[in-house]
Write a protein that binds this ligand. Structure first.
Ligand SMILES: [Fe+2]
Ligand SMILES: [Fe+2]
Length: 473
C-alpha cells in the first residue's frame, strides 16, 4: 500500500507513542485523578514514616537513607499534587484517606516495632506496590491525552525502583545478623490491605476478610531521643571545640580541614532534630514539608560529606566521639518552633564572611581538593537553608531581628551543659584531638605542628564570638 500523504517522515506524536497507543481508550480524567490520589496517599504516608523514624533509628546508614527517601517522596508528592491541581479537581481532596485499609496498612508500618519489620513493611510491601501501581498507570492511561501524568509517573519509577533496591539489600544484610523480624502473618496483613483498596488503582478489589491491626492498636508515639549505632560512643563529649581551632590563626588550613570534616559528620544531629520539627508541626501548607525535607536531606548529605572526608584521609571516624547533645537537648527541651528558632539563629551566623565562606576559604587553602569541593557545596546549601528559614520561620515574627533574637534566647537556654555532663558521669570530655591529628599527620607523612598538637580548648566555655557558629547546621 502506498503511504498516504499524511504519513510522517520522522517519528510522529512528538515521540510519545505510536498511533495505536494514542488511540487507547485509557481512563477518564476522574479515573486518573483517583489513581493518582492513591499513589499520592502512599507516598505521603511513606514521607511521614521515613521522617518519623530518622531520629530513633540507630543505624547511621539507615538514618541517612531515610533522610534521602523522605525527600524523594516529598518531591514526587509535590509533582502529583501539581498534576492533580491541573485536572479539574478543586477542591483537591489530597489530604483525604482514599480507603480505610490503606490507612491501616500505613499505620501498621509506622508503628513497626523493629528496624527489620519497618524495612520489610516499607521496602517489601509499600514501595513495591508503588512501583507496580505507577507501571500499571503508565500501561493503562492514554499516553497522549495524559502525557503530563505519564511523565511524572516515569520519573517516580526511576527513583522508587532504586529505593526498593537499597531496601532489599539492607534487609538481606540485617536478616543475616539475626535482627528480629515482624510477627508471623504481618506482611500478609499489609498485602491484604492493598488488595482491599486495589479498585482505586485499576484492579479488581478483593474481599480481604477482617483486617485486624497488629502494631497500631495504640497511636504511634514519636521517639525524640536520638539513637546511634555502636560506632558512635561517648556522645556527650564536649572535650574539643572545633570552632575555636578553626578560627585560630596559628593553625594551618590543612590541619583545620580535620575539624571541618568533624563538623560535617557531626551534622548527623541536624536530621535527627529537623525530623522532630517536621513530625511535630502539623497543619502547615505542603510546601513547608517539602522545603524542610529538602533541608533535612541536605544536612544528612553534609554528615556523609564529613564521613567521606575522613575516608579520603584514611582516618577511621568511629575512633572520634561524634557529639549528639545538640539534637538530644533541642528535641527534649524545646518546642518544635523553638528548635526551628535555634536552627535559624545558627544558620544566620553562618552567612557572614566568617561563616561558610570562611570554611570554603580554609578548605581552598588546605591543598586538599575534596575539602574545597565539599565546602563549596556546603556553602551553597546553606544559602538555600537560610532562604527556607526566612520563608517558614521568620514569617512567624514581625521582623528579622525579633526572629533572630528569639532564636538566640532559645539557644542560650541549652548551650552550655558541659559541667552537668561531667557531674552526671555521662562523659569525661576526653580530648580526642591529639590522636586524630597524629593519625592524620602519619597519613600525610608530616611531623605534627607542636602548637596544633597542644590545642585543648573544650566546650567548657562557649566564647561569645563563636556562639552563633558553634552548633550544627
Ligand atoms: Fe549543614
Ligand atoms: Fe544547613
Amino acid at each position: 500500500m502506498r503511504p498516504s500523504k499524511s504519513t510522517p517522515l520522522v517519528p510522529p506524536l512528538a515521540g510519545l507513542c505510536n498511533f495505536a497507543a494514542a488511540q487507547r481508550q485509557g481512563m477518564s480524567v476522574a479515573e486518573c485523578v483517583d489513581w493518582l490520589k492513591y499513589n499520592h496517599y502512599l507516598l505521603s504516608r511513606l514521607h511521614e514514616i521515613f521522617t518519623a523514624r530518622i531520629t530513633s533509628e540507630p543505624l547511621y546508614e539507615l538514618k541517612t537513607a531515610f533522610s534521602h527517601h523522605a525527600y524523594l517522596c516529598a518531591e514526587h508528592i509535590t509533582a502529583i499534587r501539581t498534576r492533580v491541581s491541573e485536572m479539574r479537581e478543586p477542591p483537591l481532596g489530597l489530604d483525604e484517606v482514599p480507603h480505610p485499609a490503606l490507612k491501616l496498612q500505613c499505620d501498621e508500618v509506622l508503628c513497626a516495632p523493629t528496624t527489620l519489620a519497618l524495612l520489610d513493611g516499607i521496602y517489601e510491601i509499600v514501595l513495591p506496590e508503588l512501583v507496580s501501581s505507577f507501571e500499571d498507570y503508565v500501561d493503562t492511561t492514554n499516553p497522549l491525552v495524559d502525557a503530563p501524568s505519564v511523565r511524572i509517573a516515569r520519573f517516580a519509577l526511576l527513583e522508587i525502583r532504586e529505593m526498593v533496591q537499597f531496601g532489599n539489600e539492607s534487609i538481606v544484610v540485617l536478616q543475616r545478623t539475626g535482627a528480629p523480624r515482624a510477627a508471623d502473618g504481618w506482611l500478609e496483613l499489609l498485602s491484604k490491605c492493598l488488595a482491599a483498596a486495589s479498585r482505586l488503582r485499576g484492579r479488581e478489589a478483593k474481599d480481604p476478610g477482617e483486617l485486624k491491626p497488629v502494631y497500631s492498636t495504640k497511636p504511634f508515639e514519636f521517639d525524640a531521643v536520638p539513637k546511634r549505632d555502636a560506632r558512635f560512643h561517648d556522645s556527650f563529649n564536649g572535650g574539643v571545640n572545633p570552632e575555636a581551632f578553626l578560627y585560630d590563626e596559628r593553625f594551618s588550613p590543612r590541619d583545620k580541614v580535620l575539624m571541618l570534616f568533624y563538623k560535617r559528620l557531626r551534622e548527623i544531629d541536624v536530621p535527627e532534630m529537623m525530623a522532630s520539627i517536621i513530625h511535630q508541626t502539623p497543619g502547615k501548607p505542603w510546601k513547608y514539608y517539602r522545603d524542610m525535607s529538602r533541608q533535612l536531606w541536605d544536612e544528612a548529605r553534609h554528615a556523609m560529606l564529613g564521613e567521606v572526608g575522613f575516608v579520603s584521609q584514611g582516618i577511621d571516624w568511629s575512633s572520634i566521639p561524634i557529639n549528639f547533645t545538640w539534637s538530644l537537648n533541642l528535641n527534649t527541651q524545646l518546642s518544635p518552633r523553638d528548635r526551628h528558632a535555634v536552627l535559624y539563629f545558627i544558620e544566620q551566623g553562618l552567612m557572614p564572611r566568617n561563616g561558610k565562606r570562611f570554611e570554603w576559604e580554609v578548605a581552598t587553602e588546605s591543598g586538599i581538593p575534596l575539602a574545597k569541593l565539599i565546602q563549596d557545596f556546603d556553602w551553597a546549601d546553606e544559602v538555600l537553608h537560610s532562604q527556607i528559614g526566612r520563608a517558614w520561620y521568620v514569617t512567624e515574627f514581625s521582623n528579622l531581628n525579633t526572629a533572630l533574637s528569639y532564636g538566640d534566647r532559645c539557644w542560650s537556654t541549652i548551650l552550655s551543659q558541659w559541667q552537668r555532663y561531667l557531674d552526671e558521669g555521662l562523659t569525661e570530655h576526653r580530648n580526642w584531638w591529639p590522636e586524630l591529628y597524629r593519625a592524620a599527620c602519619a597519613g600525610w607523612g608530616v611531623t605534627p605542628d607542636p602548637a596544633a598538637l597542644a590545642f585543648n580548648e573544650s566546650y567548657a566555655e562557649v566564647r561569645a564570638d563563636l556562639k552563633s557558629i558553634s552548633g550544627s547546621a
